[in-house]
Design a protein around this ligand. Structure first.
Ligand code: SF4
Ligand code: SF4
Length: 169
């Protein structure tokens, strides 16, 4: 996995022009059954993927923390929301609360998340490959394929499937 993660940014860079083209086309003309295609691809890929061997998302890109995340996690840690913000978060240029440092402070040496049951919504949903209207988040997917090996594989498989099923005529 270490080697795979080291190679991933370069592999994503090589695929970038092709992915830009594909995701633009997907946005313009999404297949009618895209949500189902994505759910299947996501499920199949994550059946093969052991996130505990990876944790690259927790190490290299942190989640955004919504107000609901902050209240829930602060309560779990028995902190006031403001104390939680002051201790762990800062506000970025886009006025979103993000982690003060990476890897995420809640990631253990064994790659387990110490706040797993109450983790941010963005962590639960990453890499967003099973979300509805996947064609609307092409910009995010272009970034995520360089971070997440599962997202990289899903996009590679998707390029073959969607071309075959929907754009072959
Ligand atoms: S979601 Fe992707 S980047 Fe995060 S641990 Fe799983 S495979 Fe790795
Ligand atoms: S809160 Fe948990 S799942 Fe989210 S980045 Fe931190 S360690 Fe990973």
């Amino acid at each position: 996995m270490k080697e795979l993660l080291e190679q991933l940014p370069q592999k994503a860079k090589e695929k970038h022009p092709e992915n830009v083209k594909f995701l633009r086309r997907l946005k313009k003309k999404p297949p009618k059954n895209l949500d189902y295609i994505m759910q299947d691809l996501h499920r199949e890929e994550f059946e093969r993927t052991d996130c505990l061997q990876c944790a690259n998302c927790c190490k290299t890109t942190g989640p955004l923390f919504t107000d609901a995340d902050i209240v829930r996690i602060a309560k779990h840690l028995k902190l006031k929301p403001q104390k939680f913000i002051d201790t762990y978060l800062h506000m970025d240029e886009e006025h979103d609360y993000v982690l003060q440092q990476l890897p995420c402070i809640f990631l253990g040496l064994d790659n387990h998340c110490s706040i797993y049951d109450v983790r941010p919504k963005a962590c639960r949903e990453f890499p967003h490959t099973d979300r509805k209207k996947f064609h609307q988040i092409g910009h995010l997917t272009l970034k995520n394929v360089a971070i997440c090996p599962a997202a990289f594989n899903i996009v590679e498989t998707m390029k073959k499937q969607v071309h075959q099923k929907s754009w072959s005529s």
